[in-house]
Design a protein around this ligand. Structure first.
Ligand code: NAP
Length: 248
């Protein structure tokens, strides 16, 4: 059986093809959002219990290969997959969507190393930021931006209290250019804060910021360690999974 570590559109694309192929595989989701978009085929939900738990799972389910198609910022799961697969001698492919480092306008953005730096810089250059870093990262921003008029967009209600000056918008992409421009106008946004998620789903806010000359603050990715087997293409992951499934 192939294990697909998911939670992304790329993982769902991969699952759709493997399911159509009739391959034996299971997609794994963390269970972070209340109503996840489910991939085709079998799905398991919830953490494995760190590296030991994942090693047990790989053995118990006779997993012959793993595609780690988790989000570029799901660093914990990616590290655990690397360690568990190495320890169990299970082939691992990382499927990671390309980032925005070379996208139009990217050389004019403020690139920072982490969310703490993003929060500090945002507090200095913005009064009404649009904060789209995801629910789990909001804690880095609540204190530095406690007097700012923040618009934050998240899939599920934040699990922490946010300052009274903030507006929380519950929504899930994809988004389009006109809708993002209207939202940015409506809230008088003067900076966009995000992480280098890459992909098309959340890109329109970046092109609107470019069009309106609004500063953009982007948390950069941590590069994969040398030696990791990485692809940016779903098609490559499909071919790899097929070849793994057909191994004797
Ligand atoms: P993370 O910090 O890297 O993972 C923390 C723990 O959550 C992992 O150690 C693992 O628990 C569990 N986990 C994460 N992904 C899992 C998966 N696909 N299947 C089973 N367990 C998983 O991950 P995260 O950033 O919280 O992301 C969680 C999920 O949301 C991922 O599947 C990711 O693809 C998706 N996602 C993340 C983001 C983002 O910005 N981070 C955005 C969109 C979607 P155990 O140690 O117990 O195994």
């Amino acid at each position: 059986m192939i294990l697909v570590l998911g939670g992304t559109s790329e993982a769902r694309e991969l699952a759709a093809v493997l399911h159509a192929d009739g391959l034996t595989f299971v997609s794994s989701l963390a269970g972070r959002v209340a109503r996840p978009r489910l991939p085709a085929g079998d799905v398991r939900i919830g953490g494995f219990g760190g590296v030991p738990g994942l090693r047990d799972y790989l053995r118990a389910q006779s997993i012959r290969a793993v595609v780690d198609a988790t989000h570029p910022f799901a660093k914990g799961m990616t590290a655990n997959a690397r360690a568990a697969c190495a320890a169990e001698h299970v082939p691992l492919l990382r499927l990671e969507r390309p980032g925005w480092a070379h996208a139009p306008g990217a050389d004019g953005w403020h690139w920072v190393d982490d969310h703490q730096d993003a929060a500090r810089l945002t507090s200095e250059i913005s009064v009404r930021p649009f904060l789209t870093v995801g629910r789990q990262e909001l804690g880095w921003f609540t204190d530095p931006l406690k007097h700012h008029h923040v618009l934050t967009r998240v899939v599920d209600t934040p699990s922490i209290d946010v300052p009274g000056t903030w507006t929380v918008l519950l929504s899930r992409g994809p988004y389009d250019h006109d809708g993002e421009r209207a939202l940015i106008h409506q809230h008088g946004i003067d900076a966009v804060v995000t992480k280098d998620s890459g992909g098309d789903y959340t890109w329109p806010k970046m092109s609107v910021a470019d069009e309106l000359d609004i500063p953009v603050i982007v948390v950069r990715r941590t590069p994969a360690p040398d030696g990791d087997d990485v692809t940016h293409e779903v098609a490559t992951a499909i071919a790899w999974a097929r070849s793994m499934a057909s191994r004797a």
